[in-house]
Design a protein around this ligand. Sequence first.
Ligand code: RFL
Ligand code: PHB
Length: 399
Amino acid sequence: MHTTVGILGGGPAGLLLARLLHLAGIDSVVLENRTRAYVEQRQRAGILEQTTVETLRAAGAGERMDREGLVHHGIDLRFDGRSHRIGFPELTGGRSVVLYAQTEVVKDLVALHLAEGGPLLFEAEAHAVDGADTDRPAVRYTHQGREQTLTCDYVVGCDGFHGVVRNAIPEHLRRTYERTYPYSWLGVLADAPPVHDELVYAHSGRGFALASMRSPVVSRCYLQVPDATHLDDWPDGRIWDELDARLAADGSRPLHRGPITARSVLPMRSHVTEPMHWGRVFLAGDAAHIVPPTGAKGLNLAVADVLVLARALTERYATGSAELLDAYSATCLKRVWRAEHFSWFMTTTLHSEVGQSPFDTRLQLSQLDRIATSPHAAAELAHNYVGLPVGLPGESPSR
Ligand code: RFL
Ligand code: PHB
C-alpha cells in the first residue's frame, strides 16, 4: 500500500491531521494499534483552548462540541483557606476555554473520518519506519495478524509517548529533556454534579486537588497522591473526604457525592524530544512532548502541532515549497517550551513535595497571592491558560 502521508496513531493528533489533510485534498492512511472502543473511551483531557475550538470547528468537527461543550470564562484558585477567581476574557482580550472531553473529540473525529476520509485501520500496530531520510519512507506494521508495509511520501508519528516513530530519528541527532515529579494524580469520574461552575485548582497542606467536570451531572476530580499509590487504599468515602478537605475555603460548600464510575493513578512527567522532524519523518503531540496535566496543555499542544504541520504539507503540495516543513520543528518547539514552562510552573506552585520545607511552602503561597492580587501576574497565568499563538504564518505574535 502507498499513501501520501502515513499517520501512525489515531489519538487526537493523528485523527485531526488526517482530517485537515483530507480537507486540503491530501490522502493519508492512519494506523492505530488499539480498538475503536478503546480510543473513544480513554479518559484524558477536558479543557480546549480557543484555537483548538476554532480548529475543530474549521475541520467540520465542532457541531456537537458547540452544543454540549461548556464555555468557561475563568478558574478558581484556592489556597490558604481562601478562594480567588481568575477571569479570562477581561485579562486576555476576550479569550476563554471550552470544557469538552477528549473522549468526545476523538469520537467526533473518528465518525467524520470513517464517513468521509481515507483508511483508518484499528488494531494496526506500527513497528518501525525505514528510510526516513529517503524520498519513500516505509512503515512496517501488523494488521489482522499479517506483517505489512506502507510506503509514503511523509510519515508522521502521532503515536504518543510510548510510540516507535521517534526512534526513526538517529540516536546521535536526538535529544531528550525530561523531568519527573515525585507524586502522581488519582483521577476519578463520578455521577455527581460539579461542586462549582468553573474548575477549582487547590493548594493545601494536604496536597493538590482539582475539581473539574464532564457535564452538569458528571464530575471529574483529581487528588495529588504518592507515586505507586494503590487504588484499593482509596475507597469512595476516603476520596470524597480528601477532596472536601483540600478544596475547603471560606464560603465553599462540600462536594456533591455520587457513584465513582472510573478511577486511575497517573504519573506526572515533562518530556521533550528534539528535533521534531528529520528527513521525511515528523513527530506531533505526545510523541514529541509530554507535560504534567496541571496546566491542561497536552491535547492543545497536539492540536497546535498538527495545525502547523497540515499548513506546511498543504503548502508543499500546492506550491512545491518545503519551507514551512523545514521550519516545523523550530516553530513548534518555541510554543512547546512555553507550555512546558507553564505546566511546570502550575505543577510546582500547586503541589507539595513530601518533606517540603516551610520556606518552600511560603514561596508557593506568596506566588499564589501575587496571582490573586496583581492583574499583571493574573494576566500572565490567564494568557498561558487560554493559549498562546500557535506559530502559523501571519499570526499575531502579541497575545
Ligand atoms: P495519544 O492520545 O496518546 O494518541 C497516540 C495514539 O497512538 C497509538 N499508538 C500506536 N498506533 C500504532 N502503532 C503504534 N506503535 C502505536 N503506539 C501508540 C495509541 O494507541 C494512541 O491512540 O497522543 P496525541 O494524539 O498526541 O494526544 C495527546 C493527548 O492525548 C494528551 O496530551 C492529553 O490527554 C493530555 N491531557 C490534557 N491535555 C489538555 O490539553 N487539556 C487537559 O485538560 C488535559 N488533561 C491530559 C489531561 C492527560 C491526562 N493523562 C491521562 C496523562 C488529564 C490527564 C489525566
Ligand atoms: C480535566 O477535566 O480532565 C482536566 C482539566 C484541567 C486540568 C487537567 C485535567 O488542568
